[in-house]
Design a protein around this ligand. Structure first.
Ligand code: NAD
Length: 338
């Protein structure tokens, strides 16, 4: 913390509904007297020498504060621009994406009591961007798996499991087919596991995990899943679907130094500026952020108020949750429930 006991956090409000949901978070934090000072930055990228580049003051702010909360960013349409999210992950070496999915009481989905955690390798695999055309009509895309990147995300999964008292880490893979690449991920997990004798290590084929997660997710309550990039991308959205969609799902992008917490949904241009956006995903992401900083009691207080508001009836829920509330009314109700 700073000398006055407050923590300075970089806020990237983002595009579309971003500023509306960021404002909601900020007013709830103010009402709860959370010791956070926001430093808002704009990350509109520019193309420098053909590379998507972040503004220097945004990079400086994140490097100084080490923790950031991020709204959705619209990927600029136009040749040469890389996804901003990919740029952020690369710039700050955010190697693990953590996606917890917990049922929201009062918002009914086919399964109750879903409680999964998925950790996705965030830097390589199928997303390495190595693609080329060999001859017209034949392209090659390379999936890159390295031992160091596998090791750090798997070690992170073990540390995470310990920190939330889950007794098992499950590696989700397809080493039956991709013997070398996924095989390296699996072998690395076996090595890392030796450092964690108290945590059980299990393995499961990706297709089997897909089948089991959507037919009975209860088995996944007591474990943490970890997997290569593409599998994690797909399976984390599948997990979100189990609890009611992306509007409810928080996430954290973790590096050795910097962590960026973000809502997983996009900028929702169809409803931007209309006061209809649901700030829940950004609020729950901010609670992950508070726990990362060590401000657990504020995280519990805000999370409970959000869940209580959602459970209190359709008049207090936003339209995406089959309710009739505006962003402003929802925010007021959360403040009342603090
Ligand atoms: P989207 O998530 O923005 O919208 C999909 C649907 O969900 C829309 O109908 C939208 O109104 C609704 N929705 C999303 N978030 C909501 C919320 N908080 N409250 C209420 N309704 C919500 O996906 P899209 O339309 O495919 O993408 C729009 C833009 O967002 C694109 O430029 C895309 O690149 C970007 N995007 C950014 C991120 C990110 O920054 N993490 C993620 C996905 C998409």
């Amino acid at each position: 913390p700073d000398a006055d006991g407050k923590y300075t956090v970089t806020m990237i409000p983002g595009d579309g509904i971003g500023p509306e949901i960021a404002a909601s978070v900020q007013s709830i934090y103010k009402a709860a007297d959370v010791p956070i000072r926001w430093e808002s930055v704009d990350v509109t990228p520019s193309l420098i020498n053909g590379k998507t580049t972040l503004p220097a003051d945004a990079v400086a702010s994140i490097n100084k504060n080490l923790v950031a909360l991020k709204g959705p960013l619209a990927t600029p349409v136009g040749k040469g621009h890389q996804s901003m999210n990919l740029t952020l992950r690369r710039t700050f070496a955010l190697f693990a994406n953590v996606r917890p999915c917990k049922s929201v009481q009062g918002y009914k989905t086919p399964y109750e009591n879903v409680d999964t955690v998925l950790i996705r390798e965030n830097t390589e695999g199928e997303y390495s961007g190595i693609e080329h055309e060999i001859v017209p009509g034949v392209v090659q895309s390379i999936k890159l798996i390295t031992k160091p990147a596998s090791e750090r995300v798997i070690r992170y999964a073990f540390e995470y499991a310990k920190s939330v008292n889950k007794p098992e880490v499950r590696v989700v893979h397809k080493a039956s087919i991709m013997k070398l690449s996924d095989g390296l991920f699996v072998e690395t997990a076996k090595e890392v596991a030796q450092e964690y004798p108290d945590v059980k290590l299990t393995f499961e084929l990706l297709d089997n995990t897909s089948l089991k997660l959507c037919s009975d997710p209860s088995e996944y309550k007591s474990l943490v899943m970890v997997m290569p990039n593409l599998y994690g991308d797909i399976m984390s959205d599948l997990s979100s679907g189990l609890i009611g969609g992306l509007g409810l799902t928080p996430s954290g992008n973790m590096g050795d130094k910097v962590s960026i917490f973000e809502a997983v949904h996009g900028s929702a241009p169809d409803i931007a500026g209309k006061g209809l956006a649901n700030p829940t995903a950004l609020l729950l992401s901010s609670c992950m952020m508070l726990r990362h900083i060590g401000l657990n009691s504020y995280a519990d207080q805000i999370e409970n108020a959000v869940l209580k508001t959602i459970a209190s009836g359709p008049e207090n829920r936003t339209r995406d949750l089959k309710g009739s509330s505006s962003t402003g009314h929802f925010t007021e109700q959360v403040i009342k429930n603090l």
